[in-house]
Ligand binder design. Structure first.
Ligand SMILES: Cc1ncc(COP(=O)(O)O)c(C=O)c1O
Length: 392
């Protein structure tokens, strides 16, 4: 399934890397950009055919077949009871900001979050915080052992309108311990968002117990490997929020018979936006179908990655590397509570940059956020990969 284009990518990367090294390129930036299976190219062509040749009538196919299929697949993977509650948009920012726009910003708005959230939300929150009536409490993620107690205590006692936290933190790969259980006990008056991007299609996730309590966001760019442009947010059934930022798709069902005032659908369309390019949806559907046909489940993906991570750790533990060692690795519970990448604290951005360059010369591609170097694991890494070249 990665027969053609992934090889082309590796060959191009090989040329750009180091002529002195003859090792095959190892793409360990997959936690950021997961490589796409070949099927995605046919999917883009299929979209072109439908979009261009069906013209106006394409919308019946997209809204009548493609979106419901995607929703059913996402619901199946996350064990959500109501596929029609899964809202789609090109990125999570659009969905989260639409949700935030449901709050009356002339009234006090208290937001509980952590200091480990991805820029998409963190930046937006900083801007919101400039408003005099918006108050934000950021619970430090560290120490991770006490994060659940500290976060829940605030959540229960702090009178928050909105709570937002990542299931797997983007800067460390560490899973927020007990987050789903905490969400199940949250106060009714608090709307809660779980940013599931680094968990989705990496770790098995069961949202059945909190489906009608929380908003869960994720997308296809990372572990699904279907590229940018297809994100989703599950919406609790019975949600009556009325986003201020509302697109005309939100009234889809009522368009022919528009009534006075602003109506909202009672399903995902409540959080719908407006016209967009749906080729990312076709790509996502192609990958989902491919995985299903080949029996590639999230459980299997996770156990494959876990075994590669164990091999990586074993090789690291026997090496004596100044930066790649347990002391610099950010972790809490490597067996059960970690995502599909490792982050190493390199002391300074300069040292992290040097290490990244050394790895590039050994044909290992990875990424870095300031002093933090991140190495991701994917199903397209060979099962016989020893990872030893990283530490020598
Ligand atoms: C934790 C997390 N949430 C969300 C996103 C994406 O945000 P958006 O879809 O708004 O670009 C990312 C990374 O791209 C991420 O790491």
């Amino acid at each position: 399934m990665y027969q053609k284009y992934y090889r082309q990518f590796l060959q191009a990367a090989q040329k750009a890397a180091s002529p002195q090294c003859d090792l095959p390129v190892l793409h360990m930036a997959c936690h950021s950009h997961h490589y796409w299976p070949d099927a995605t190219l046919d999917a883009v062509k299929d979209y072109w055919q439908d979009a261009a040749l069906m013209a106006d009538t394409k919308w019946d196919k997209i809204f009548g077949e493609k979106i419901p299929t995607f929703q059913r697949e996402i619901a199946r993977v996350l064990n959500l009871p109501a596929p029609e509650q899964i809202a789609l948009a090109p990125n999570t920012h659009e969905l989260v900001y639409r949700l935030i726009s449901s709050f009356d910003l002339s009234q006090p708005l208290r937001v509980l979050t952590t200091d480990g959230e991805f820029y998409s939300f963190a930046r937006q929150l900083l801007r919101l915080e400039e408003l005099p009536n918006v108050e934000v409490v950021r619970v430090p993620t560290q120490p991770f052992a006490t994060l659940p107690q500290r976060f829940e205590q605030e959540l229960v006692n702090g009178n928050y309108q909105l709570a937002y936290a990542s299931l797997v933190f983007f800067d460390s790969g560490i899973v927020f311990p007990q987050l789903l259980k905490i969400a199940a006990r949250k106060p009714d008056a608090t709307q809660m968002v779980i940013d599931g991007y680094h968990g989705f299609f990496a770790r098995p996730i069961d949202l059945s117990a909190i489906a009608d309590k929380v908003f869960f966001t994720a997308g296809s760019y990372k572990y699904l490997g279907a590229g940018e442009g297809m994100c989703f947010m599950s919406v609790p059934r019975g949600c009556t929020l009325r986003p201020l930022n509302t697109g005309w798709f939100a009234e889809m069902a009522q368009l022919e018979n528009r009534s006075e005032g602003v109506g909202f659908g009672n399903d995902w369309l409540r959080f719908a936006g407006a016209t967009m390019d749906y080729s990312p949806l076709y790509k996502a559907l192609a990958v989902l179908a491919l995985f299903e046909n080949q029996g590639i489940t999230v459980d299997r993906i996770h156990s494959y990655v876990l075994s590669n991570q164990q091999r990586f750790l074993a090789a690291m533990d026997t090496a004596d590397h100044p930066l790649f060692n347990r002391g610099n690795l950010l972790y809490h519970d490597l067996e059960n509570g970690h995502g599909h990448f490792f982050t190493f604290h390199c002391g300074s951005a300069e040292k992290a940059g040097q290490l990244q360059e050394e790895l590039r010369l050994k044909h290992v591609l990875c990424d870095r956020r300031k002093h933090l170097l991140r190495l991701g694991f994917a199903i397209y890494h060979p099962a016989e990969e020893t990872f030893e070249r990283l530490f020598t």
